[in-house]
Design a protein around this ligand. Structure first.
Ligand code: HEC
Length: 176
């Protein structure tokens, strides 16, 4: 092989690697600059959440929505070891998709459109009044995210029903 073609080949290889890395980064960087009006919590507080690990899947029968629950490394380790109280720095994210029948096998449902991304962030000092958790929800309508305009106190109230589980409904879902 000629030296020039080796150089060219290496450049192409490097180029390919760089663009794969770019895709990974730009996905994370796409998080819009939106902030919840009451709490000041932003979408950017979970930037890179696409790379968090899945800890559970849920299906809401009433909303007909499939949900993935993802955890950042702090929350992942705590959930995996069944910690009774999640440490500060824990971030738990829920992504909700509408579902549609899978073509050509309609008995199977598959995720369709993202409807929401919402999260809980643990900071016992900052969110002392809501069991240490900060709540935020971003809804996606016609392809665009917006900060949910409701009152985050409603999040706190409903999650208080599982106070004994540190306000988390999610349980670490076994995979083996
Ligand atoms: C009426 C009850 C109710 C309200 C209100 C509510 N949630 Fe939840 N939430 C649930 C239930 C039930 C689950 C578990 C099932 C699921 O994933 O939807 C859950 C799960 C979650 C999870 C995954 C962690 C966990 O606790 O399992 C997050 C994050 C979350 N909710 C955020 C929010 C935010 C943010 C709000 C307010 C904007 C909110 N929730 C309002 C009932 C509620």
């Amino acid at each position: 092989m000629k030296k020039s073609s080796i150089v060219l080949g290496s450049l192409l290889l490097l180029g390919g690697m760089a663009s794969a890395a770019d895709i990974y980064l730009s996905d994370a960087a796409k998080v819009p600059d939106l902030v919840m009006k009451d709490t000041g919590l932003g979408f950017k507080d979970i930037e890179g959440y696409q790379n968090y690990r899945i800890v559970a899947t849920h299906f809401r029968k009433d909303k007909h929505e499939i949900r993935y629950i993802l955890a950042n490394p702090v929350a992942y380790n705590a959930l995996r070891t069944h910690a009774s109280v999640m440490p500060d720095g824990s971030k738990v994210v829920k992504i909700g998709w509408s579902v549609k029948e899978m073509s050509p096998f309609p008995a199977a449902l598959e995720a369709d459109k993202i409807q929401r991304v919402e999260y809980m962030i643990k900071d016992k000092t900052k969110h002392a009044e809501s069991d240490g958790w900060g709540y935020a929800r971003f809804v996606k309508k016609e392809g665009t995210y917006q900060a949910w305009k409701g009152d985050p106190k409603s999040c706190v109230a409903c999650h208080a029903s599982v106070k004994s589980q540190d306000a988390l409904f999610t349980k670490f879902q076994t995979m083996f």
